[in-house]
Design a protein around this ligand. Structure first.
Ligand code: BYC
Length: 315
């Protein structure tokens, strides 16, 4: 339909009125192509982030310090795989195929959260990933649970419930290690030093540089801006981390009485782009692991396809 035609304008007006009334847009409903393509972009990147996000912590499953920690970590990493599944399904309802999305990831074309290109160097990294990285994810995803696209919003409700458990187990570990031996405190401090800035980058570019935000906010995909969410996260986390006598790696951080906000120092966006463009510490390793998993899973895909073909033949 011609974008300048009266018919298009009327449909767009009706679509925007539905969003303004708080109605959910469902897959079969009329939507502008830009809404569809933005959602496919964002949901597929989100799905890839969940799947690649399994790798830093997954590397520690065989080295968990005890059975309880191992069970919790196994369950958390398995949850992330489930989140990826819900999200790939949500993107499929918009016409994207699983094959296209996976090809984009495995060929290195697709983006995923830059934070997962950093290594988990010690066991304390699992604690900090749970508390900070999952904490940042919940902040963003609680907002996305209100988003205008039905399947994405419903997937977020379930994902947030599971992320709540992820964050609490991470926070519990951080509290325990902060009260532990000198070596445990040192490991915790070191992990916070390394994960703080990459976690702040998870919220996306500053508002004035965020190319996608305007349309996402206009059509109710985002209901808060990247900087608003980042500030809320910082305001909640700083006092909690400081309460453990852990120092944040930001010499410019201060509390601003007037705004009631913790003002953080400059984020290194050059580092962000280096990592997003494939040159972070673990980008190559992450993609190699995903490619190996995909190749090793070939027999499963073939078996499922053969079973489906046989079922069709017997009907
Ligand atoms: N990393 O216009 P902007 C989890 C890209 S996983 C990489 O601000 P937008 C977990 C952006 O894609 C949960 N790339 O973008 C799993 C865009 O490039 P394109 C992860 C980034 O979309 C396992 C360009 O920069 N959460 O919780 O308005 C274990 C311009 O940016 C990043 C999600 O995926 C980044 N951090 O806003 C533990 C949330 N930031 O596509 C935990 C869903 C920006 O134009 N996504 N870019 O080429 C979103 O909410 C939004 O997409 C973002 C970015 C806030 C991330």
């Amino acid at each position: 339909m011609e974008q300048n035609s009266l018919a298009f304008k009327q449909k767009l007006q009706a679509f925007e009125a539905r969003i303004a009334r708080g109605e959910k847009i469902e897959p079969g409903d009329w939507m502008p192509e830009e809404y569809r393509s933005q959602l496919i972009r964002m949901i597929s990147q989100h799905a890839h982030s969940e799947i690649v996000g399994m790798l830093p912590e997954g590397a520690w499953i065989t080295r968990a310090p005890n059975l309880r920690r191992k069970m919790v970590l196994l369950s958390k990493v398995q949850d992330e795989a489930g989140h990826g599944q819900y999200l790939y399904h949500a993107a499929e309802t918009l016409g994207a195929t699983r094959e296209e999305m996976l090809d984009a990831l495995l060929s290195g074309k697709a983006k995923y959260a830059s934070v997962f290109n950093y290594p988990a160097l010690t066991w304390a990294d699992n604690a900090v990933i749970g508390w900070l990285v999952d904490g940042a994810a919940i902040k963003n995803q609680t907002m996305l649970a209100q988003c205008s696209f039905g399947p994405y919003s419903r997937a977020m409700v379930r994902i947030c419930a599971e992320e709540g458990f992820h964050m609490k187990q991470g926070k519990e570990m951080c509290i325990r290690y902060s009260q532990g031996t000198a070596r445990q405190r040192e490991m915790l401090q070191d992990a916070i030093n390394r994960w703080w800035w990459p976690t702040l980058m998870m919220f996306g570019l500053p508002d004035e540089k965020s190319t996608n935000s305007e349309v996402l906010l206009r059509w109710g995909v985002k209901t808060k801006s990247n900087d608003e969410l980042r500030q809320e996260f910082v305001d909640e986390m700083v006092p909690e981390i400081q309460a453990l006598d852990i120092v944040l790696p930001d010499p410019d951080l201060y509390f601003d009485e007037d705004s009631g906000n913790w003002i953080y120092g400059a984020i290194d966006w050059d580092e962000f782009w280096r990592v997003v463009r494939g040159n972070g510490p673990c980008n190559k390793e992450r993609l190699a692991a995903r490619r190996a998993a995909h190749e090793n899973g070939l027999w499963v895909r073939e078996a499922v396809a053969a079973y489906a073909a046989r079922q069709k033949g017997t009907q």
